[in-house]
Design a binder for this molecule. Sequence first.
Ligand SMILES: Nc1ncnc2c1ncn2[C@@H]1O[C@H](COP(=O)(O)OP(=O)(O)OP(=O)(O)O)[C@@H](O)[C@H]1O
Length: 300
Amino acid sequence: MTTVARTRGLTKRYGSFTALDSVDVSFTEHRIYGLLGRNGAGKTTLMQLLTGQLFASEGEIEVFGRTPVEHSDVLRRLCFIAESQRYPEDFKPSHVFKIAPSFFEHWDAEFAERLIADFRLPLNRRIKKLSRGQLSAVGVIVGLASRAPVTFFDEPYLGLDAVARHLFYDRLLEDYAEHPRTIVLSTHLIDEVANLLEHVVLIDEGRIILDQDAEELRGSATTVAGPSAAVEQFVDGREVMARDRIGGLASATIDGRLTAPERAEAARLGLELAPVSLQQLVVHLTGGALAAEQQKEAAA
Ligand SMILES: Nc1ncnc2c1ncn2[C@@H]1O[C@H](COP(=O)(O)OP(=O)(O)OP(=O)(O)O)[C@@H](O)[C@H]1O
């Protein structure tokens, strides 16, 4: 698989604060990546560095084999949709879609029109008068219709309602199937996008703590659910990553795959087994003391 972007020892400091700490990561063509992590983890910083909007303090960045800040031809193959995109005063969505083809060589105007209708976006209203969700829709449409070989969506759907968010996921998948490209999606709505992701990169306090194929990750832990006493009996002596309890029912997530005899034992105890959710994994890996505390409370 061809690597389209990669970093080596990438570090970004703001004064004495290190926002990204010696990050080695690569993105290959034709994959959908989830860039996950808690608030302030460094996701936006990484995307800004990869798209030439920031200078690194240390380390290397290569996008299509070159340094993005110095090569405008590289930047023309990238699209970065920021959480709160700013537009010139008095701009209307119609202006954005008119100038978009000059930024993106693969811009598909027909696709953009279909999306504008799907999202019911008022084209001739000033952007500053748009609702929060409509403003996000402008970014989502630009990101999809740009068909940029590498597209970064940084929390693109602030304010988008559930219907609009699912429209985004559906259109993204449909279009990606016909026009494969590299998509990097940063989000906190992990469960919503979990099925979309092919690869997960998890950042915590400026460091990459997980960089793994999403399918492998789904099989890496199991959630056991059923009557509390049976769940506790089954997980006794194992490492429990997450626990939940409602009344007499409980669920617990345990590390690793289960063997056939273990599955049979779970069935005998009347327990249900399900693959771990990506959100549970992320909470476990980045939750630190808080998550551990919550686990203890749930087990008590
Ligand atoms: N210009 C700046 N000056 C000082 N600190 C900064 C600056 N920009 C970002 N930071 C800090 O760098 C860290 C990483 O920020 P970043 O925006 O990359 O996080 P994020 O993972 O995108 O978070 P969120 O999920 O909340 O959007 C944060 O602690 C942030 O406060």
